[in-house]
Design a protein around this ligand. Structure first.
Ligand code: CA
Length: 226
């Protein structure tokens, strides 16, 4: 599988390519928005790793353009900007996932693999477990096709858990996802959001369970009657 890395920091780009190669992927590197936009029109890549600060423009503009043209390629955004506003803006522009620099290469590869495994990532943008569905494009959760009103934080937790379906998500990953690496986080903040999310899902009849794996993290799964 071939991936496209759009990153103007040569050292980082090289590191990414080597890491991806050792995980069994081929990768091309470009450093400019303009080049990436034209190559993406003619070449099929399995996923895109996109830096935001590029010499000839903003990666988010490229992302918005891709989505505008209904290109469903999974996009993992790399950003040095840790602020929540940038994260929200990025997700609204159609990013599938985020990594704030600096990051561990292993984690980037794991996240890319999660994107590539994502059910139906070539067809649409909807994640489903039992009667619970999450549309990643408008970030809307539905239960039995009824849209649900969740707070922004609950939505973020749910999205992360559903994207990681079948895998345990650590408390730290949830924290980083919600608050960014630099955020000041109350020690029980994640528990509070998970608790609220769990209650909302149960109250609305979602047939899913958010399991706490003590000392490890959280796992969402279909709640099968025993
Ligand atoms: Ca850059």
């Amino acid at each position: 599988m071939r991936l496209l890395v759009v990153e103007d920091n040569e050292e980082l780009a090289e590191l990414l390519v080597r890491g991806l190669q050792s995980a069994g992927y081929e990768a091309d590197v470009l450093s400019r928005v303009e080049d990436a936009a034209s190559v993406l029109q003619t070449t099929h890549y399995a996923a895109l790793i996109l830096d935001l600060g590029l010499p000839d423009g903003d990666g988010l503009a490229l992302l918005r353009d891709l989505r505008h043209r209904r290109n469903p390629i999974p996009v993992l955004v790399l950003t040095a900007r840790g602020g929540l506003n940038d994260r929200v803006q990025g997700l609204r522009s159609g990013a599938d996932d985020y990594m704030v620099k600096p990051f561990a290469l292993e984690e980037l590869i794991a996240r890319i693999e999660a994107q590539l495994r994502r059910p139906g990532h070539l067809l649409g943008s909807s994640l489903r477990i039992a009667n619970l569905e999450f549309d990643t494009r408008n970030r809307q959760a539905s239960i039995d096709d009824t849209p649900q009103v969740l707070s922004a934080r609950e939505t973020e937790v749910l999205e992360l858990l559903m994207r990681s379906k079948g895998r345990v998500v650590s408390k730290k990953q949830v924290e980083d996802h919600i608050f960014g690496h630099s955020g000041e986080v109350a020690s029980n903040a994640v528990e509070v959001y998970v608790h609220r999310l769990r209650k909302q899902l149960a109250d609305k009849g979602a047939r899913v369970a958010v399991h706490t794996i003590r000392g490890v993290g959280y796992l969402i799964a279909e709640d099968k009657p025993t």
